[in-house]
Design a protein around this ligand. Structure first.
Ligand SMILES: NC(=O)c1ccc[n+]([C@@H]2O[C@H](COP(=O)([O-])OP(=O)(O)OC[C@H]3O[C@@H](n4cnc5c(N)ncnc54)[C@H](O)[C@@H]3O)[C@@H](O)[C@H]2O)c1
Length: 261
């Protein structure tokens, strides 16, 4: 298939469902070959069935991003299948709700490991390969509006996403001489399993979220995937270090503005 991402080889973590799967579909539509990495093997099998029309351009691999060697193995599998890697999307993420006075260090560290440390590992492993290939490349980190906003019971999540934005900026500068761009996407509320469990929990929560969403609705995964495809493509050739927020206007909203919920 031809398109903006023709001949590009991509690894997307957390791609068995949600935003990762939507990004995989969009990348495939734009001509890329995509390795979907996730720890959910049953989810991967289901995702692959939904990607059957793309044939050999879509592959899956079990990968727990909390373990560096599993990220390394996923990136190697992409390189073995298609001769290299051009795009890495550090998308896998978890949110664990816990009171600051009760959260234990294992829980805190797990969220940081999956959401932040994994992106450091992935970026380093992919960048080394991209430099060896001499072709440059793109890394996209799936951040959140919670990189800059806070929900008290999602402390570790918020901290991980704030750190991810700094990882994006720092690695963008460090890797620019190697023609590797590093960008982020900061979704607001997009309807996936993670949101349904973490914030879209009941009618009151839904109304509260919509009261802070000027566009007046939650986003769709495809509305994030289209940004990922743009950032991964040469259309974004002068964009690096930046996190693009797709939040229905939330970050622009002053606290004094009353909105319908
Ligand atoms: N949906 C939203 O509204 C929203 C908003 C802001 C940011 N995000 C971010 O987008 C990313 C994707 O979120 P989503 O809504 O699609 O979530 P989701 O829960 O629907 O999907 C996440 C995927 O990541 C996988 N995963 C979890 N832990 C993993 C691990 N250790 N190793 C490999 N895979 C793992 C899960 O199996 C799942 O397939 C996350 O980083 C999340 O923080 C989502």
């Amino acid at each position: 298939m031809s398109g903006r991402l023709s001949n590009r080889r991509a690894v997307i973590t957390g791609a068995a469902k949600g935003l990762g799967l939507a990004c995989a579909k969009r990348f495939l539509d734009e001509g890329a070959r995509v390795l979907l990495a996730d720890l959910d093997e049953a989810g991967l099998a289901e995702a692959l069935r939904s990607l059957e029309p793309y044939g050999e351009a879509a592959k899956t691999r079990r990968c727990d991003v909390a373990h560096r060697e599993e990220i390394e193995a996923a990136i190697s599998a992409c390189a073995e299948a298609w001769g290299g890697i051009d795009i890495l999307v550090n998308n896998a993420g978890i949110a664990i709700s816990a009171d600051i006075l009760k959260i234990d260090s294992d829980t805190f560290n797990k969220v940081i490991a999956v959401n932040l440390t994994s992106a450091f590992h992935g970026t380093q492993i992919a960048a080394r390969r991209m430099i060896e290939q001499g072709t440059g490349g793109v890394v996209i980190n799936m951040s959140s509006v919670n990189a800059v906003l806070n929900i008290p019971h999602l402390l570790a999540y918020n901290v991980s996403k704030g750190g991810l934005n700094q990882l994006t900026k720092n690695t963008a500068i460090a890797l620019a001489p190697h023609k590797i761009r590093v960008c982020g996407i900061g979704p607001g509320t997009v309807l996936t399993e993670l949101t349904r469990n973490a914030v879209w929990t009941d009618e009151a929560a839904r109304r509260s979220i919509l009261s802070r969403t000027p566009i007046g609705r939650a986003g769709e995964p495809e509305e994030i995937a289209s940004i990922a495809a743009f950032l991964a493509s040469d259309d974004a050739s002068y964009v690096t270090g930046e996190t693009i927020y797709a939040d229905g206007g939330r970050l622009g909203l002053n606290y004094t503005v009353a909105t319908e919920g």
